[in-house]
Every structure is written in C-alpha cells, then in structure tokens.
Design a protein. Sequence first.
Length: 253
Amino acid sequence: MVLENILLTETSFGFTTPTGIDSIIVNFFNNLGWYGNLILLVISLLFATFFGGIIGFQRETNGHPAGFRTHILICLGSALIMIISQYGIPGSTTRDPMRLAAAGVTGVTFLGAGSIVKNGVNIKGLTTAASIWVTMAIGMTCGAGYFIIGLIATIFTLLCLISFQNIENKIKKGFINVSIMTYEDEPIMAELLETLKKYNINYSNIKSFVTKYNGKDALKITFTCKTKNEELINNFINEFKNKNKPLSIKIVK
C-alpha cells in the first residue's frame, strides 16, 4: 500500500510539473518501507481530524447544531473513504479510484441537507450545510495525501466563516428593522409579503411569535428590510397600516 501523489507529477500533457511539498512528504515516508506507509496513513487521518476540528470548533462556538465532533467525524470519514478508494483494492488495473469518493460526496450531501431547516419564509442552516460539504472535501484532500492543500483550504474556510461574517454584519448595520403587532388570529402574512413585493423591498430574518399586548395575546412579527431608504420604508408602513389596521407597526432601531 503506497500513497502516490499523482496530481502534482502528471505528465499526460507532455511535460512534468514541479514536485510539490506534499509530494516530498509522501515520497519520504514511502521510502521508509511498510511502516513509513502506515505512518503516512496515520498522518493523513490526523490532519483530517485536526482540520475538521478547527472548522467544527468555529461552528460550535457560534451555537450551530453541526459542531465540533460532527465536523471531525465528517472530515475523518472522508479521509478514510479516500484512502480506501485509492489504495484499499490492490491488484486491479480496471478499478476506478474515484468511484467510492464520489459516493462519499453524495452521502455527505444528504447529511448537509438535513441541517437545513425551513421555518415559514425563513431558511436556516445553509452555511452549516456548506461547511459540512467543504469539510468533507478537506478530509478527502488529506486522505489523498495533499496536506498543504488541505491546510490552505481550512484557512480559506475559516476566513469565510469568521472574517466574511464580520463584513456581513457591518453591511447589515445600515438596514432597517420593522416590528408589527397584530391580533393573534388575524392572517396578515400574505398581505405583508405582497406589500413588500409592491415596494421592491428585499427582506430577511422574518420572525413571528405570540406575546402580550395590553393584557391580551397578540402576534408580533419582526423582519429586516435590506435597504437604507427610510422614505421607502415609511411609505410601505403607511400603506400597510391603512389596509390592515395592525395594533402597531414601527421602525425598530
């Protein structure tokens, strides 16, 4: 069982590409004999565990359902699938080493889909599903012996999950939040969405819950308008108020 880093040394186009750091690492351990191969496999699984744990830790600290252990297991399992698909069936010249890897990609897609939850008009879990999918890819990268590429992909993933989230939060600071209070049994959601569409107002984070208003049960709806145009929002509020007569509707700072 010998790990071969073929991606960086392919010559099918008539030239040989430079040997990468991953190739140097793989060749070093392969030259040590059978125990070097075993050490290399263990290193592949360790890198997968480490990289998956880094991404999972970020998701765990932000309170997402697929957290530390989930991402570790996904990355570790993907690395194992990649190792078996390439080197677990010796002596067969007709085997397709990517077939089992492709099946792993399909399987983890179902796992990611399970983390997506639709609540009314809100959809949650898309970023978690994406992090599960990219963690699988990192695991397969480590299983194939591309540790440096796996490290770079992990860094880029953390950059997207942490730094880009801060950029999104800064963008959202200028958006306008609206709060509506109405009777609990009054169906106004369809009218609300229709009026928002009429004014071409993009929205997000619609939430609705039952609360108390003047001692009676009432339905409170809050959402974010993806615009900084207060005049447009005021026109929307005035029309919605005149048509639907809610208990209250206001801009929340």
